[in-house]
Design a binder for this molecule. Structure first.
Ligand code: DGL
Length: 265
């Protein structure tokens, strides 16, 4: 093992949503050291311009690489659509992005109608149009931007009456259209999966890409000979620029354990 192998993996999102991906990475790669940056001061990205998101992504990638990241995961569908190509042009480390799981959803749907919950930034992107072009031809795809939902999750409100009412307004049109499969196309949404299940019933299949992203990351690290050789449990370190007094508490709540978090301005 070289020194590079023991370096950490850097992961970022517009906020705390990417922790849903981080958990899959931790499970699949228990010995890797993980660095997570929640850009919560600037969340949500969903309604920001692609230029703004590209500037944030460059800053976050640069920050994590400065901390020694040997690979990066853009644990955000919106930032991937806006910025992953730019990041790959600028940094030599492996960079894993993510996109809504339209392909697997189209395969499992029996009614031929799939719903996609995502941010408006993702839904408006050229990448999403290309995804529909490739995998959405034989199904009807009903999209739904979920304004306000990321903010609820950033506050740790995963099961409040207000979050439930908001979710219900976004899910009903998908159910009315006959969707039997719903894509959670934003990394924040797996944190309200239970509530979604409650609202749509157990017949409806929910798909997200967290586990697939972790598998892809593992494959890339194998191919590039960058997997860690360490055999002790890896550490996870968090940074957030959230202005909320509850920032650390929400990160630990979502991570499921006390999280070592540094608050930046
Ligand atoms: N978690 C992000 C995503 O996967 C973005 C949410 C937002 O900031 O709007 O798209």
């Amino acid at each position: 093992m070289t020194k590079v192998n023991s370096l950490p993996i850097g992961i970022f999102d517009s906020g705390v949503g990417g922790i849903s991906v981080l958990k899959h990475i931790r499970e699949l790669l228990p010995h890797e050291n993980l660095l997570y940056f929640a850009d919560s001061k600037f969340a949500p990205y969903g309604n920001k311009s692609p230029e703004f998101i590209r500037a944030r992504a460059r800053y976050l990638a640069g920050f994590l690489i400065e901390q020694g990241a040997k690979a990066l995961v853009v644990a955000c569908n919106t930032a991937t659509a806006a910025a992953v190509n730019l990041l790959r042009e600028n940094y030599a480390v492996p960079i894993i992005g993510m996109e809504p799981a339209v392909k697997p959803a189209a395969i499992v749907s029996k009614t031929g109608v799939i719903g996609v919950l995502a941010t408006s930034g993702t839904l408006k992107s050229a990448q999403f149009a290309a995804l529909l072009e490739s995998y959405g031809q034989n199904v009807q795809v009903v999209t739904q931007a979920c304004h306000g939902l990321v903010e609820c999750i950033e506050r740790g409100e995963l099961n409040t009456p207000a979050t439930k009412i908001l979710l219900n307004t976004y899910l009903q049109p998908l159910l009315d259209a006959g969707a039997d499969t719903i894509v959670l196309g934003c990394t924040h949404y797996p944190f309200v999966r239970k509530l979604i299940e409650e609202l749509v019933g157990e017949e409806v299949i929910l798909v997200d890409t967290g586990a697939a992203v972790a598998r892809h990351l593992k494959r890339r690290l194998l191919q590039t000979d960058l997997l860690t050789g360490l055999d002790k449990p890896g550490q996870a370190n968090f940074w957030t620029n959230s202005q909320s007094v509850c920032a650390k508490q929400v990160i630990s709540q979502l991570w499921g354990a006390s999280a070592d978090t540094v608050i930046l301005d």
